[in-house]
Design a protein around this ligand. Structure first.
Ligand code: MF3
Ligand code: CO
Length: 262
């Protein structure tokens, strides 16, 4: 029994609320993703939106992180720090967002195209998102974290993509990063056993080229691909049950925005 990792119904409700707000915030950001806007402007939009909804940004101040969003463009995989870079047509941008409501964290991400993108990169986004859902299918009581990692890896590696190994998904609750670690690769039947009431974030980071990464030593945060090719990142938050994974994060608000742009 994993004390603390099993959430009560009351705790789950707070996590659901926090997660819902992340989904709405990502959609608010999505509305503004256009060539010319800077990642810092996106950050301000997200921060205002979260505060207006009575919550706290989950990332700001976390281990000294300076912003509300992680905005990781093209070869940046995760933990891109918002700055004066202006998006341009053909870019992709992973927007990762965190909130705190009543002490409980929301944390998830979506990678957006900026205008028209290279078809090869569009496929990378699509397949990375698919791999997230493959992983989610395995997020059931009695399974192990390695079942999730295997499912993710097995979906994307046959395309020749690189699965990032240095970073992983995680449990979530009163802390943004709780046990278990949820790797995006591995062997079935290995890792921590999942139990009903655990809440985990699954977040594949998949590179078009090599899986090798570089850590930015200047800003202390940003992780990029070693070959500078693009990388995709999608994250959902899931409650472990006996039968059907309950995805408490949502892309529905994002899809509503993207649909209206077509
Ligand atoms: N979602 C990110 C993660 O799980 C959060 C990164 S920014 C941080 O690593 F500063 F909040 F860590
Ligand atoms: Co996360």
């Amino acid at each position: 029994m994993q004390e603390g990792l099993i959430k009560s119904e009351e705790e789950l409700d707070k996590l659901r609320q926090s997660s819902l707000l992340v989904g709405k915030t990502l959609a608010e950001v999505a509305r503004h993703i256009k060539p010319g806007i800077t990642t810092l402007e996106l950050d301000k939009i997200a921060e205002r939106f979260i505060v207006e909804h009575g919550a706290l940004p989950g990332f700001k101040g976390y281990s000294g992180y300076p912003a509300t969003l992680c905005t990781s463009v093209n070869q940046d995989i995760v933990h891109g720090i918002p700055d004066h870079y202006a998006l341009k047509e053909g870019d992709i941008i992973s927007v990762d967002c965190g909130t705190i409501i009543d002490g409980y964290y929301g944390d998830y991400a979506y990678t957006f195209p900026v205008g028209k993108i290279d078809p090869e990169v569009a496929l990378l986004l699509e397949r990375t998102k698919e791999s997230l859902y493959k992983g989610i299918e395995k997020a059931l009581a009695g399974n192990r974290t390695g079942d999730i990692g295997y499912a993710v890896q097995n979906h994307v590696e046959p395309f020749g993509y690189g699965v990032v190994r240095e970073l992983c998904g995680h449990g979530i609750g009163r802390d943004m990063h709780e046990k278990p670690e949820v790797l995006n690769y591995g062997r079935r039947g290995t890792g921590m056993k999942l139990e009903k009431g655990m809440v985990i974030c699954i977040e594949p980071m998949v590179n078009l080229g090599t899986r090798k990464v570089i850590f930015n030593r200047k800003n202390g945060w940003t992780v990029s691909t070693a070959d500078q090719k693009p990388s995709a990142h999608f994250e959902h938050t899931v409650v472990i049950t006996d039968d059907k994974p309950e995805i408490i994060s949502t892309y529905d608000f994002i899809y509503e925005v993207l649909k209206n742009e077509k």
